[in-house]
Design a protein around this ligand. Structure first.
Ligand code: TMP
Ligand code: ASP
Length: 241
């Protein structure tokens, strides 16, 4: 497949932070990382200068690390500062969250303080539905509603923990704690691939020593310097900002 000369087509879908375009090749799409930054299931949206280009670069770096570790992803290559070429997946309507430390919704749900290390990484499924506030679901909901099969569920869990194993070490070497993250998977020619993005919009990263937040919680909690913090995390990981 020659993907070097791919032509951008019509807008297929506009998400909260990315727009997805068709291309002249049925198996490929273009992701455009916008400056829009959303929180609370899209109830708050603001433009943050340079966030699109920062996340495009961040995502490319992480997806390449995961591919090098043997995890199949939809990522093909960066096309320009704000856009990347990806394989067209058929997405599961599900979000896979892995947590190493407590933060965010689990603290509210279980009445637990932020920052506790979990003795074993924790896996949770959420339904991808902003209008419903992305409710937590379990394997049985997925099977009863036909959102994925038993083997898809097992593979999404296996891959999520595999991603965690790869990334915890990479972040640790950069002096960062990978607190938690969200992944989305889809099928490409019958095989499960990691889709969507891996950026500080969809994970929590803290400085190992000071626990300074370097992720979207800076936006959710109005801490300021959001994009600067994403770039700081990126630089520590070896990205060129
Ligand atoms: P949570 O604490 O809100 O459940 O989120 C856990 C992690 O997953 C956090 O890094 C944010 C990310 N996440 C998203 O990016 N989008 C989502 O819709 C959800 C549910 C989680
Ligand atoms: N649920 C995520 C958040 O609170 C995503 C979003 O709403 O944009 O940031």
């Amino acid at each position: 497949m020659q993907v070097s000369a791919v032509q951008k087509g019509a807008l297929l879908y506009s998400g909260k932070a990315k727009s997805v375009f068709e291309t002249d090749q049925a198996d490929y799409l273009i992701l455009n990382f916008r400056n829009d930054t959303s929180a609370f299931d899209g109830k708050r949206i603001e433009q943050l200068e340079n966030k699109g280009t920062t996340n495009n670069k961040f995502n490319a770096f992480m997806m390449e690390k995961l591919e090098q570790a043997g995890i199949k992803t939809h990522f093909v290559k960066m096309l320009d500062e704000q856009e990347s070429l990806v394989k067209r997946l058929s997405m599961f309507p599900i979000e896979c969250v892995v947590r190493n430390y407590t933060a965010g919704s689990i603290c509210k749900r279980l009445g637990i303080e932020e920052g506790m290390h979990l003795s074993k990484p924790l896996f949770e499924f959420f339904l991808k539905n902003d209008a419903l506030g992305d409710p937590m679901i379990n394997d049985h909901h997925i099977l009863s509603f036909g959102w994925a099969s038993v083997s898809d569920i097992e593979e999404m869990k296996r891959l999520s923990f595999a991603v965690n194993g790869v990334l915890v070490d990479i972040f640790d070497q950069a002096g960062l704690l990978l607190v938690d993250f969200k992944l989305e998977f889809g099928l490409f020619k019958g095989e499960i691939h990691l889709g969507d993005e891996f950026t500080p919009d969809g994970c929590r990263l803290w400085d190992k020593e000071t626990r300074k937040k370097l992720d979207k919680d800076r936006f959710r909690q109005s801490l300021g310097n959001v994009v600067e913090a994403y770039q700081e995390a990126g630089k520590r990981l070896g990205m060129n900002f």
